[in-house]
Design a protein around this ligand. Structure first.
Ligand code: ADP
Ligand code: MG
Ligand code: MG
Length: 256
């Protein structure tokens, strides 16, 4: 049983001129293994900033608050240490890794996180199985990570990683964006398999309610202008589907 605790998190993005632009204005969130949380908010509200801050991207400066995983200070950890501690981020825009094949990348990541190389006897089968379940051609194993992948292929590769690495906490940043209906179903099934193990806490960041028809969240948090402005159960997603985010922007949301 693991707990990710985000307390009063305040984050600025570092602008090229060295200035700081405040984006997150005090975010509180607790995610436990086996729970699925959806963070829903309009474009530019700071959802990716939250994901990157927890993952340790150098572009963001933490100006206040704390993030802990099972009581350990995440903000003190390097990016590698965060991954070894069991944190996983599927990025909104997965990056290409030239010269590194999918097979090598996954094996290296698995080795780093587990502290030992996966068993040769079983690893090949595990990898093939995960790729098959995500409807990825086995030929992808020999291709360079994300190089020339379509949007949907990148997202499916992220879920292959998720299934193989078995993190304690996974943040999925707009994993649904740019997917057609079939790919969305395949990706959602992968996320649900991980969810059903009960070992992983999931933080699903999304702009649209569409993916929540396939992956039922236990909790929904509405995120606007760097803050959580409303929280509830899955019914809150249905409400958003009807009314959108405008009333929050207009300041007509519920009292905080
Ligand atoms: P979301 O993921 O909700 O769309 P982001 O976290 O990507 O929001 O962005 C939040 C805000 O931070 C936006 O106003 C965006 O323009 C700004 N921002 C993010 N990165 C940078 C950057 N490198 N330079 C300037 N502004 C940035
Ligand atoms: Mg965005
Ligand atoms: Mg984003």
């Amino acid at each position: 049983m693991s707990t990710l605790e985000i307390r009063d998190l305040q984050v600025s993005v570092k602008l090229p001129e060295g200035e700081l632009k405040p984006i997150l204005h005090g975010v509180d969130l607790t995610v436990k293994s086996g729970e699925t949380h959806a963070i829903m908010g309009p474009n530019g509200s700071g959802k990716s900033t939250l994901a990157y801050s927890v993952a340790g991207h150098p572009k963001y400066e933490i100006t206040g608050g704390s993030v802990t995983l099972d009581g350990e200070d995440v903000l003190e950890m390097s990016v590698d240490e965060r991954a070894r501690a069991g944190l996983f981020l599927a990025m909104q825009y997965p990056v290409e890794v030239p010269g590194v094949s999918v097979a090598n990348f996954l094996r290296t990541a698995k080795t780093a996180i587990d502290g030992e190389a996966p068993k040769l006897r079983t690893w090949g089968g595990e990898l093939r199985g995960a790729m098959e379940r995500l409807h990825m051609d086995p030929a992808f194993a020999q291709r360079n990570v994300n190089e020339g992948f379509s949007g949907g292929e990148k997202k499916r590769h992220e879920i292959v990683q998720l299934e193989l690495l078995k993190p304690k906490m996974a943040i999925l940043d707009e994993t649904d964006s740019g997917l057609d209906v079939d790919a969305l179903r395949v990706v959602s099934e992968g996320v649900n398999r991980v969810r059903d193990t009960g070992d992983t806490g999931l933080l699903l960041i999304t702009h649209y309610t569409r993916i929540l028809r396939y992956i039922k969240p236990d909790f929904v948090h509405v995120f606007v202008a760097g803050r959580i402005v409303e929280q509830g159960g899955p019914e809150l997603a249905d409400k958003l589907e009807e009314s959108g985010y405008e009333r929050y922007a207009a300041g007509a949301g519920p009292a905080r």
